[in-house]
Unconditional design. Sequence first.
Length: 365
Amino acid sequence: MDKIKKLVLFRIPMSICNFRCHYCYLSQRPVHFQGIQPEMKYTPEQVAYAMRKERLGGTAYINLCADGETLLVKNIEKYARLLAQEGHYIEIVSNMTVTPVLDQILTWPKELLKHLEFKCSFHYLELKKRNKLDLFAENIKKVWAAGGSANVEITPSDELIPYINEVKEFSLHHFGALPHITIARDDRTDGIDYLTSLSMEEYDNTWRQFGSSFWEFKKTIFGKYQNGFCMAGSWSVYVDFYSGDARQCYCGRIIGNIYDYPEKPFPESPIGKCEIPHCYNGYMFLTLGLIAGHNDVRYGDIRDRVKSDGSHWLQPELLAFFNSKLEESNKVPSQISKATTSILNKLSVANRKSCNLLNRIKNRI
């Protein structure tokens, strides 16, 4: 059975999208929906070579997520296919309405489709407005029929509350189960806030009826500082798809470039003690084991659902892979190594702050 060796999050800074969801994180930013398709300098073959198993030390879980709709990224099917051919497990975040590209992907051999999962963003109101609800459902069913995996996730916005019964009925009919519920985050604030006008008690009472283990786990970590030793930057990495610049995490420092010298070891430098008050995507990082021993929750279990006919949203091989933990296939560092890493990271933070101060002074001269 394959076990996860490394988690690679490809951030694809392409903001073209065919939807305009009111709660979208992208729309909360000062600059958004530029409609620009960046030019990729690296071929699918070059990216796959930089991500080969021998270099990573084993099998990776690779997430492909654009600022806009991922299936609108130029040649995304070719990049995803070659990464899958390397033996990795691929997750594509999508609103599942770009049918021509999806149909290309579903022509892959069955062995590759077993390693493919779609994280399906269920934008109910937007789909309803655009008369694409049936298209969304049919495309998800096509993924399952082809031998791939798909999980359905909905953002619990206040505007959706009057339609909850509709959502339930539609989901049970088409997906054989209710959608998982995420937590809407307000990125416009300085802190970590829920994107709702409800009290926390009202918010929870409204959405817990979906029985989502994903929702239940996210509640336990949302807005809470994680003080354990985090291996992000070593066991996981956050990569700009176009440039190849690799960061330790969303808020970590750049530790190298994965494309520049593909013959050299993959860049690694653990973040250790995190600086931020909330673990972004902690539902993934913490269940996959970036902080060793943090919990016994398995990532696959909070992503999967059992349908009314007894089948699963996630194909068995992929579910087993998602339920492995990074700490099971990587060496947990010693206390001395952790202390050394913490000192180096503190020096790096101090250097960054000094450089930022110098730059501000220079700009004023």
